[in-house]
Design a protein around this ligand. Structure first.
Ligand SMILES: NC(=O)c1ccc[n+]([C@@H]2O[C@H](COP(=O)([O-])OP(=O)(O)OC[C@H]3O[C@@H](n4cnc5c(N)ncnc54)[C@H](OP(=O)(O)O)[C@@H]3O)[C@@H](O)[C@H]2O)c1
Length: 280
C-alpha cells in the first residue's frame, strides 16, 4: 500500500487554508536563499507556491553565493525584528563558508519554523517539541493520517543529520517507538534494518535499500532525493521493496509534499503563537 504524501499534503493544505481564513490572521514567511543552486531555488519556489495556496504571505530574500556568516546573521536579525514576519526559513544547503550552526542559532526561536534553533531542538529532544523540523514532522503526520500506530514499534532510522535523521528518531521516540539510529559507521546494517517495523531511510543514495534489508510487512519511509540519469528517485529500490513492505512512500509524491505541508502548519502555528491564541 502506498503512503500517498501528495494526497495527504493536498488534504492538509486545504484544511489549513480554511483555518487561516477563519483565524483572520495573515501569517508571513520569509525565505532566504544563499547562492544560485537551482534545486534550492526550486524548493523555495514550491514552498512559496504552497504559501499562496493556503493564504500565507511570503517574502523571498536572495543573497549572493559569497555571503558571509556575519552578513547572513545580520539579515536574519533584521527579519527577527520585523513584526509582520512570523516565520523564517533558511534554505539548505548553505555555501561552505557559512557556519550553519551560528546561522540557525540567530533565528528567533519563535520564528524558527524549520525547528533548527538549539532551543527548538532541545524541546524536541526533551520530549516537548514546539517547532519540529519539517521533514520528520511531515513523516509523523503521514503515519498518523493513515492510522499507523507507532507506539511499541521497532523503528530504525538510517541517517543522523540535524535536519532529518536525528529529529526523526526523536519524534519516533516521543511517540513511544523503540528507536535505533544507524549511520555510516554502523556495523551489520542489514541485521538491524530487517528487524524494523518502521524503516526510515535518510541517506541520499539511490538503490541503497534492497528487499533483503526490509522485514515482511514493514512500513518503509523513503526520505532520499537522488537523481539518476536526470530522473528523481529515492533511497529505496521501490519496485522490489514494495512487494515486501506493507506500506511504502513513493519518490516523488511521498515525504517531499509532507515536508511542505508541515512547514505551512508550523508557520501558521508561529502566527497564532504571536497572537497568543491557543496552540497545541
Ligand atoms: N524529501 C524531503 O523533503 C527531504 C528533506 C531533506 C532531505 N532530503 C533528502 O534526504 C537525504 C538525506 O538528507 P540529509 O540532509 O539527512 O543528508 P546527510 O546530511 O548527507 O546525511 C546522510 C546520512 O546518511 C548516513 N549514511 C551515509 N552512508 C551510509 C551508509 N553506507 N550506511 C548507513 N548510513 C549512511 C550518513 O552517516 P554519517 O553521519 O556517519 O555520515 C548521514 O548520517 C538526501 O537525499 C536529501 O536530499 C529529503
Amino acid at each position: 500500500m502506498i503512503l500517498d504524501g501528495k494526497k495527504i499534503s493536498d488534504k492538509r493544505l486545504e484544511i489549513l487554508n480554511e483555518e487561516i481564513m477563519d483565524s483572520g490572521l495573515y501569517p508571513q514567511l520569509a525565505t532566504i536563499v544563499v547562492g544560485d543552486d537551482p534545486a534550492s531555488h526550486l524548493y523555495v519556489k514550491m514552498k512559496r507556491q504552497a504559501c499562496e495556496r493556503v493564504g500565507i504571505g511570503s517574502v523571498k530574500i536572495e543573497m549572493p553565493v559569497r555571503t558571509t556568516t556575519e552578513a547572513l546573521i545580520e539579515k536574519i536579525t533584521s527579519i527577527n525584528r520585523d513584526s509582520v514576519i512570523d516565520g523564517i526559513l533558511v534554505q539548505l544547503p548553505l555555501p561552505k563558508q557559512v557556519d550553519s550552526r551560528r546561522v540557525f542559532s540567530a533565528i528567533a526561536p519563535d520564528k524558527d519554523v524549520d525547528g533548527f534553533h538549539p532551543c527548538n531542538l532541545g524541546r524536541l529532544f526533551s520530549g516537548h517539541p514546539l517547532f519540529s523540523p519539517c521533514t520528520p514532522l511531515g513523516i509523523m503526520i503521514l503515519l498518523a493520517e493513515y492510522d499507523l500506530p507507532v507506539a511499541g514499534k521497532d523503528a530504525v532510522v538510517i541517517g543522523r543529520s540535524m535536519d532529518v535523521g536525528r529529529p526523526c528518531a526523536a519524534l519516533l521516540l516521543n511517540a513511544d517507538a523503540t528507536v535505533t539510529t544507524c549511520h555510516s559507521a554502523t556495523k551489520n546494517l542489514e541485521n538491524i534494518t530487517s528487524r524494523a517495523d518502521i524503516l526510515v531511510s535518510a541517506v541520499g543514495k539511490a538503490g541503497f535499500i534492497t528487499p533483503s534489508m526490509v522485514r515482511d510487512g514493514a512500513i518503509v519511509i523513503d526520505v532520499g532525493i537522488n537523481y539518476v540519469d536526470g530522473k528523481l528517485t529515492g533511497d529505496v529500490l521501490f519496485d522490489s521493496v514494495k512487494d515486501k513492505a506493507a506500506w511504502i512512500t513513493p519518490v516523488p509524491g511521498g515525504v517531499g509534499p509532507m515536508t511542505i505541508a508541515a512547514l505551512m502548519e508550523n508557520t501558521f502555528k508561529a502566527a497564532r503563537l504571536r497572537e497568543c491564541t491557543s496552540v497545541t
